[in-house]
Design a binder for this molecule. Structure first.
Ligand SMILES: [Ca+2]
Length: 117
């Protein structure tokens, strides 16, 4: 495949406008069934505000749709799949913003900020 048609997807920030849980969400992000963030622990506590992520998904073909799953870690019950971010990678640039499509949450409001290079 011609490298010109390949993209690197840089995930920059996660904006939390409304948490799913009262105190904080224990957030981790999965891609293709594997945890991709945070890389050094099970989850990161997220409250309302802007959170820097800074990770890259390399070698994406043009017009590929990337799905990132937003999960909330739970200690005494199964983890909650809060929702998904669906991003169509069809041109270089950004930052772009993608809102969370809710799955197992009724309350959460999250937006992902990303760039394609
Ligand atoms: Ca939790």
């Amino acid at each position: 495949m011609d490298k010109k048609n390949q993209f690197n997807l840089d995930i920059i920030t996660l904006h939390c406008y409304r948490q799913d849980e009262r105190k904080a969400d224990e957030i981790f992000i999965c891609y293709q069934g594997k945890k991709i963030w945070p890389s050094d622990k099970k989850y990161k506590k997220i409250t309302v505000g802007k959170h820097t992520l800074n990770f890259r998904i390399p070698q994406i073909e043009q017009n590929e749709s990337i799905v990132l799953e937003l999960w909330d870690y739970d200690f005494f019950s199964p983890n909650d799949h809060l929702g998904t971010f669906n991003m169509l990678i069809n041109e270089k640039g950004g930052p772009y913003r993608t809102d969370l499509d809710l799955k197992e949450s009724r309350n959460a409001k999250y937006t992902l900020e990303w760039e394609a290079h």
